[in-house]
Design a protein around this ligand. Structure first.
Ligand code: SF4
Length: 269
């Protein structure tokens, strides 16, 4: 990073400290990148300063616009990415993420499938439709939350074969920095990881869903709930499994301090 850019960041942080009763905050990843001289981080931090003098709703709108702007810049880099040469060749398009750039709640899946690759949006196939129904039962629209995958390209399949394959650990490691940037920009209050592969991609932890789901974990100080991938519920329609996912979502609603009706408490997916 050039000295003028560094001076700009320091001046912005000092202005925030002088004018606010709260100390300026940056995630651990953002600070590490700042030390390493990553200019993307400069824009993340300095935009925190641009909402000065605005009312609360105006500031919210302002923040959402800034986040959308920052996400658009990452999306552009992703759309041209060829770090995994085999996936860059086989994909129809990259599948970046969708939803509210200022969302309180962010869902993370593993990788685009055939439907997502065709439409350029995560979770639009049968599993995605089930996720949308789960959100509706929580009183969220898809537009209220943010949905992204660890991998932004569909894992390739041998010619003539159908279906989808899970991403490899190397593919996930290669693509993960984009997801980290998305989380850093959105700064959700709660993260939900859908399935063991998403957990491995995000945390680098390999464990069974039995060990992982239903309790709180953290990612960079953000509360993280782990639950089954909706595709699992499509394969296993047992009411007990559906109820487990719904109980995980009730915990998420409680954490977000969302009102929960009696009907919702008793709801079975
Ligand atoms: S999977 Fe991610 S890192 Fe690999 S080519 Fe696609 S966008 Fe790039």
């Amino acid at each position: 990073m050039t000295q003028p850019a560094l001076d700009l960041v320091i001046a912005a942080l000092e202005r925030i400290r002088e004018k606010s009763d709260r100390a300026p905050r940056a995630s651990r990843t953002a600070l590490a990148r700042l030390q390493a001289g990553d200019c993307v981080t400069v824009s993340v931090i300095t935009t925190a300063d641009l909402g000065e003098g605005l009312s609360f709703p105006e500031r919210q709108l302002h923040t959402a616009r800034n986040k959308a702007h920052l996400l658009a810049a990452v999306r552009e880099r992703v759309s041209a990415c060829a770090k995994c040469a085999h996936l860059a060749c086989s994909r129809t398009q990259t599948v970046f993420g969708v939803g509210n750039p200022d969302a309180d709640l962010m869902f993370i899946g593993e990788a685009p499938g055939a439907d997502e690759d065709r439409q350029g949006e995560p979770f639009v196939g049968r599993a995605g439709q089930l996720l949308t129904r789960i959100l509706k039962a929580m009183n969220f629209a898809r537009e209220d939350v943010y949905i992204a995958n660890i991998l932004k390209c569909r894992p390739d399949m041998p010619a003539g074969s159908f279906g989808n394959r899970p991403p490899t650990p190397t593919e996930m490691q290669t693509c993960r920095p984009y997801l980290v940037e998305q989380i850093d920009i959105i700064q959700p209050s709660v993260l939900v990881a859908l399935g063991a592969v998403a957990v491995e991609g995000l945390l680098g932890t390999r464990a069974t869903m039995r060990e992982l789901r239903g309790r709180w974990h953290t990612y960079n100080s953000i509360p993280l709930m782990i639950t089954y991938h909706p595709a699992y519920l499509l394969r296993n329609q047992a009411p007990s499994e559906k109820r487990k996912v719904w109980e995980d979502m009730l915990q998420v609603m409680e954490r977000l301090e969302r009102p929960i009706s009696e009907r919702q408490r008793n709801y079975f997916l």
